[in-house]
Design a protein around this ligand. Sequence first.
Ligand SMILES: NC(=O)c1ccc[n+]([C@@H]2O[C@H](COP(=O)([O-])OP(=O)(O)OC[C@H]3O[C@@H](n4cnc5c(N)ncnc54)[C@H](OP(=O)(O)O)[C@@H]3O)[C@@H](O)[C@H]2O)c1
Length: 347
Amino acid sequence: MAGEESVRNKQVVLKNYVDAGLPKESDMEIKESTIHLKVPEGSKDAILVKNLYLSCDPYMRNRLKNIQGSYVAPFQIGSPLSGYGVAKVLDSTHSRYAKGDLIWGITGWEEYTLITAVDAVFKIQNTDVPLTYYTGLLGMAGMTAYAGFYEICSPKKGEYVYVSAASGAVGQLVGQFAKLLGCYVVGSAGSKEKVDLLKNKFGFDAAFNYKEEPDLDAALKRFFPEGIDIYFENVGGKMLDAVLANMRVHGRIAACGMISQYNNEQLDAVHNLIYIIPKAIRMQGFIVTHFYHLYPKYLEMVIPYIKEGKITYVEDKADGLESAPAALVGLFTGRNVGKQLVVVSHD
Ligand SMILES: NC(=O)c1ccc[n+]([C@@H]2O[C@H](COP(=O)([O-])OP(=O)(O)OC[C@H]3O[C@@H](n4cnc5c(N)ncnc54)[C@H](OP(=O)(O)O)[C@@H]3O)[C@@H](O)[C@H]2O)c1
């Protein structure tokens, strides 16, 4: 009920589903409602938050489709989108949270959100690092790079590592983790600016623009004359096929994502799967949420790296909720340079 503490609540609302093809800004719209800045009476274990930063993530593409039975449920037409974000607690009926706490986790694409699924939220304990990092490096993307690289790839010093979509939220970290371990690391990305970042900012040994390589197989042979031990798969499609033909014996592929397929009506076929037999390749998919129990261990490793300047993180900040639809759809044309986030409010 609108009362003294009711305020305007700007929201990014889904207008229509997009089952195939590139999503557009106009598939979403900005609307306004009002919200009472208190957890409603009788609502146990809930928090009312002010959203500060929202994370744009490729998996959200699946939620723009009206497809039941996926590992994520479709967004609801007419309701705000939801996703990872960083927020400040304004009111709480949950014993673990108090007014003033900072959290990261699943929240609404709006200014204020009543979060009832508090299990999908982490309390932020370290505030002497940039708070935006909890949308990426210290949040879901960071845990994805950590779990995917260390848990799935079983990496060893000196191995040959290839990362696709390498300048993005996850890829830039995988490459840096691999370098810290003493691997030889090559990344691919879709522009000269991104390739420069990989080589000059993130310390990859080499990098290339996959859009300028008419023959991906030849490109991989050029960068990995002895083959690839570890492939961190972010894109799928033709790239996966080319990689399969260039893996070394006992190679590992962490199937993290296949963004080249998310807008397709028909999924691309994989032609080179046969190589996994003679080369004894292990290819394993994973979902980051299955590894969240490792989050404290990840922080223990990564916070010192950040403070010592051994890990760096490039973010692409869109300003204001109004810019959120463009920021989200931009992931699928490579508009983002680094981790894409939306600044809703600074405090
Ligand atoms: N398994 C999990 O739990 C999990 C968790 C998080 C993320 N992921 C997956 O990890 C991957 C990377 O996610 P992220 O958050 O780090 O995204 P991101 O790399 O920050 O952004 C997406 C990037 O993908 C590239 N891209 C877009 N369309 C492409 C296409 N058709 N072919 C090749 N590249 C394309 C673009 O970079 P270029 O300019 O380089 O093309 C774009 O900037 C995604 O596949 C995502 O779904 C999986």
